[in-house]
Design a protein around this ligand. Sequence first.
Ligand SMILES: [Ca+2]
Ligand SMILES: [Ca+2]
Length: 170
Amino acid sequence: MEPKEALNEQAQQLGSVVVLDGSTVRDFAMDEEAFNAVADKLFVSLDQNGDGVLSRAEIRPAFERLNLVEMHFGGPVTKTPDQLNTLYDSVFEAFDTDHNNTVDLTEFRSQVKDILLAIADGLGFAPLTMVVEHGSLLENAVVHETHATVASGHAANKNTVTPSPVTSGA
Ligand SMILES: [Ca+2]
Ligand SMILES: [Ca+2]
């Protein structure tokens, strides 16, 4: 089996295939009630020792799974373990805005929202088909849009706006 096929198969077990564009993600991030509900649920699920804050060790596996970090901070490229350690350290520093070495709910909401908005900017108006993990933020963004525009059919066809220049990476 080709490595790429194995990856696709693994991806399908992990998540669902969705079509996303910038407005899907931005609308979700800007809907404070819907976004906070999802972010809070994610926060609680990440807080494995239940102390109400996230440590470095608690945050990292989540972002490894969600692919958000690669999209926002590093681009979809393979990195060495050392590069990944540096990357996730810088991610943690970005989350921990008051530098007390833990990430609280306010810091978490604010950073996740910024990341989603940055992803939205990167996606622009060009719909992108991707695999998102079940229960992930991006899947929630799609569900959010589906509920908002339930009568309009395929998300991929909803844009008639002139595409903006595509920016790759972040
Ligand atoms: Ca914790
Ligand atoms: Ca903090």
